[in-house]
Design a binder for this molecule. Structure first.
Ligand code: HEM
Ligand SMILES: *[C@@H]1O[C@H](CO)[C@@H](O)[C@H](O)[C@H]1NC(C)=O
Length: 492
């Protein structure tokens, strides 16, 4: 009777049990094999780290998905030392000397993860092949020299601090206070949102590469990616048209122009239009949130460290007594060493690119963590990942690492400390946009604090160490709408 309703009731229960046993047996067998392989056979078996991380990538992936790519490895390095097996085939390192070994040359190539995140075609950021990266960096290199950058300073001023000051003046007229300074610094332009959402998509690509073929998943982000690429293409086409009709002397001097004319001095090869397009998109992604998040962090720290702020204001006022004259970059660089130290300390304590810079160990293998012992040998092909923030929070290198102390970058320890600051990475793949970022950040902070008095509401005056952050490839303040509220008024 029962069988009529429950068709499976007729099946011999012993068969079901046997089936379950086989399944359970298979799972137990697989797990046992994983444990046996990773703990006994694997060449990484002696590398310290949590047990679970050595047999599955799940733990570190979940931490990443929770926005803790920056903070979770700090905890692991605190507990296990400068070399940590963070996943079965990924080893995180935090010792500055080890990090420089990895980043100095092209021997350690960028890992597959960069390819997974690639936009359109191989570009400066995603290229694993050293030849392609070197050629591209020779092509775009001249764009980012100090002398080329200085020609763009007026543009940077106009769209950076100039626009910011205009916005603040408007805010002072309309509201006076209460606006999140993150939204003021980061802005609300569509392109910035597209760049932002494309980063979200790239993170997903890095976890699920097959998502590229399924635009119906995350339709909004896919649309942003398309918009960003379309924006790049349209801008390039418009510029090419504009150039046709302009005299050479009157060409606009900006990054896009420089990219269009960029030539590899070794081979005289220029970029194709599609290459300029992917580089422009990469630049929009790599260069917008990074600078603006760093500025946001700098302001947040200055608001909580009253002594640091007072010292900065004293420096600015002594060097630039006339508040009606905007401060130029070279003057700021020459006369505001404390501001420079503040930016360096911000890049140390809240690096905009805070987590792993994964590279593959080259043939022959390499040893890391040799400070106190022999070190751990990593064979060819293992992913070795310098961890920027774990290194920046190591008390051996940075005493009292949670304290925001710009003085670290002044005086006798300054040079050594600058060398251990990986905010812009290091070596052959160091950030090519760093000089532009310096100009943006120095100009913005110098002129902002020159003209305005900034303060945070009483309820935010708790210690800045308590302010949480999240990492989705880049580091942002958690709940910025609340934590980054600010009051602004003109200085007398
Ligand atoms: C405060 C601002 C910035 C910070 C903290 C920063 C940080 C970094 C870091 C840490 C890397 C290495 C990434 C890796 O190896 O995975 C990098 C690479 C890169 N950055 Fe920046 N960056 C900033 C601004 C910019 C700007 C303004 C541009 C362009 C206009 C730019 C373009 C690039 C490019 C193209 C790469 C890839 C270089 C290569 O792999 O050869 N960045 N940046
Ligand atoms: C965490 O880091 C890994 C390795 O760099 C990266 O592939 C992944 O996208 C990151 N996840 C997030 C959410 O940033």
């Amino acid at each position: 009777m029962l069988g009529g309703y429950f068709p499976f009731a007729n099946i011999d229960t012993s068969l079901v049990l046997v089936g379950t046993e086989v399944l359970v047996g298979a799972v137990v067998g697989y797990i046992s094999w994983r444990i046996f392989y990773e703990r006994v056979m694997s060449p990484l078996r002696d590398v310290p780290g949590p047990f679970l991380n050595s047999i599955t990538s799940l733990v570190s992936n979940i931490q990443g998905a929770l926005g803790k790519n920056h903070s979770y490895p700090i905890e692991l390095h605190e507990k296990y030392g400068p070399v940590v097996r963070i996943a079965p085939d990924i080893v995180s390192i935090s010792d500055p000397k080890d990090i420089r070994t990895v980043l100095a040359t092209h021997d350690f190539r960028k890992s597959q993860i960069y390819k997974d995140m690639e936009l359109v075609e191989p570009n400066t950021f995603s290229a694993q092949d050293p030849k392609l990266n070197s050629e591209r960096r020779r092509q775009i290199g001249p764009t980012f020299t100090w002398s080329a950058m200085s020609k763009m300073e007026s543009l940077v001023y106009k769209s950076g601090p100039g626009a910011l000051i205009e916005k603040i003046e408007q805010l002072i007229r309309e509201l006076g206070f209460g606006k999140s300074f993150k939204s003021v610094l980061v802005g609300h332009h569509d392109v910035i949102r597209w760049a932002h959402e494309t980063v979200q998509l790239c993170i997903m690509y890095s976890i699920f590469p097959w998502l590229r073929k399924l635009p119906m998943v995350f339709p909004k982000w896919h649309e942003s990616e398309r918009n960003l690429l379309k924006f790049s293409t349209n801008t390039i086409n418009e510029r090419i048209e504009l150039n046709k009709n302009a005299e050479k002397a009157k060409l606009r001097q900006d990054l896009l122009q420089a990219y269009l004319f960029a030539t590899d001095p070794h081979t005289n090869i220029k970029m194709t239009q599609s290459q300029v397009m992917t580089e422009t998109a990469v630049m929009l992604i790599a260069g917008t949130d990074t600078s603006s998040e760093t500025l946001t962090w700098a302001v947040r720290y200055l608001m909580s460290k009253k002594d640091v702020l007072a010292k900065l204001l004293k420096e600015i006022d002594a060097a630039f007594p006339d508040k009606s004259v905007p401060i130029a970059f070279q003057d700021a660089k020459d006369k505001l060493p404390y501001l420079e130290a503040i930016i360096l300390e911000t890049l140390r304590i809240s690096p905009a690119v805070p987590s792993r810079l994964p590279r593959d160990v080259p043939p022959g293998g390499a040893k890391f963590g040799g400070g106190d012992n022999d070190g751990y040998f990593l064979p060819e092909g293992v992913c070795v990942a310098p961890h920027v923030m774990a290194s920046h929070y190591d008390p051996k290198t940075w005493p009292d690492p949670l304290d925001f102390r710009p003085e670290r970058f002044l005086g006798s320890e300054a040079e050594a400390n600058k060398k251990n600051n990986f905010g812009f990475s290091w070596g052959v793949r160091i950030c090519p946009g760093r000089r532009l970022a310096w100009i943006e950040m120095m100009l913005t902070l110098a002129n902002l604090f020159h003209k305005y008095e900034l303060s945070i509401p009483k309820d935010l005056e708790h210690n800045y160490k308590n302010m949480d952050s999240v990492c989705y490839l880049m580091l942002s303040p958690k709940n910025a709408q609340n934590n980054c509220r600010i009051s602004i008024k003109r200085r007398e």
